[in-house]
Design a protein around this ligand. Structure first.
Ligand SMILES: [Zn+2]
Length: 347
């Protein structure tokens, strides 16, 4: 009798612990519930990123590193360039406008590594690649003029969405007041002939489609009425490349991001101001936050970094070989729009 009770209890415990995994095993990993490890010291610091970029520039003959400006606290902001032929189409990847959304930068680091190896051989012959990694290094390093005491991650630093002055850089693309936004616009957007841009972010960990299926990310094209139809079509094709690369993966479940029309946001503003086809990609879960339900346990890091690498590699290949031009964009009509269980502080 006693034995039976124990096995019943054990069976019950198994069912309980298995349930969250079954809900959406793809790229799932644990949420932060106060028990899982969230340690920011496993992420690249700004200095580690800077020395990585300098080392790669010395190693890779096709790569050039440019300083495009400084953050509020004086950190150099970097642009990584692979520009063999000005006639080639050009794509820009932007990461970490929001300092607490770091796995996109971790993915960009791996992508830059791959560009220096045989794995990506020949790709830069036909496409120019620009990368601005960690546009908000002060926020990423928690070197800001406001308190982060209530942030949940452990480790030697906190990471925050805002820049050192508490400004959301992704609301500054019209007025361009912050030095980080100015560096991006004056020394990248206005200086290079860019055709495509992917702006990489992280959103809350609990976003779902189809009722209760957790997404590994969500995507969206420009949704301002002022966008040129051809630019919009290019954005939708860019999204199609990403969707076809990610969604068939076991860990990939993409939704449509429910975005508005504000042009203060790069996805809209940059599409309208420069005629660049833009795509927003919001990955699941943040590296640190004051809200526990925004932060994702670090067991998911591998999937999310892989999601970034896949996104970057698939788009440069599709632009380089021209296959992006014949992409079918009809999936957008049926892509389920994600919903939020909690508040929305995304994009
Ligand atoms: Zn963001």
């Amino acid at each position: 009798m006693k034995k039976t009770m124990i096995s019943l209890v054990a069976a019950g415990a198994l069912v309980l612990s298995a349930a969250p995994l079954q809900a959406g095993a793809v790229g799932n990993g644990p949420n932060y519930g106060g028990n899982e490890t969230i340690n920011t010291s496993i992420l690249h610091t700004y200095s580690e990123l800077a020395s990585f970029l300098q080392t790669q520039e010395a190693k890779q003959k096709d790569m050039e590193l440019e300083v495009i400006g400084q953050s509020v606290k004086g950190r150099d902001l970097y642009l990584v360039k692979y520009m063999k032929n000005p006639e080639n189409p050009t794509i820009l990847f932007l990461t970490q406008q929001h300092g607490n959304e770091q796995l996109t930068t971790e993915g960009a680091i791996e992508f830059i590594k791959h560009l220096g190896t045989g794995k990506m051989k020949g790709v830069t012959d036909n496409v120019n690649i620009l990368i601005v990694p960690m546009l908000n290094p002060d926020g990423a390093m928690g070197d800001v003029d406001f308190s982060l005491d209530d942030y949940v991650a452990s480790g030697d630093r906190h990471l925050t969405r805002y820049n050192a002055l508490g400004v959301d850089l992704n609301r500054d693309h019209v007025t361009k007041i912050q030095p980080e936004t100015q560096a991006l616009h004056f020394n990248v957007m206005q200086k290079y002939d860019i055709d495509y841009m992917i702006d990489l972010h992280h959103q809350g960990a609990d976003r779902v489609i189809n009722g209760d299926e957790l997404v590994s990310g969500s995507i969206l094209y420009p949704t301002t009425p002022n966008v040129d139809p051809e630019v919009l079509e290019g954005s939708k094709k860019l999204g199609a490349v990403v969707y076809d690369a990610i969604n068939p993966k076991g860990w990939g479940t993409l939704g449509k991001y429910p975005g508005g029309s504000a042009e203060t946001i790069s996805r809209n503003g940059i599409a309208v101001e420069y005629g660049i086809s833009t795509l927003l990609f919001e990955m699941r879960g943040m590296s640190d936050h004051a809200y526990e339900d925004y932060v994702l346990g670090q067991k998911s890091n591998g999937y999310l970094i892989k999601q970034t690498i896949t996104t970057l590699e698939s788009t440069v290949k599709a632009i380089g070989d021209g296959s992006i031009d014949s992409k079918d964009t009809s999936f957008w009509d049926t892509l389920p729009e994600q919903t939020s269980r909690q508040s929305e502080e995304d994009e």
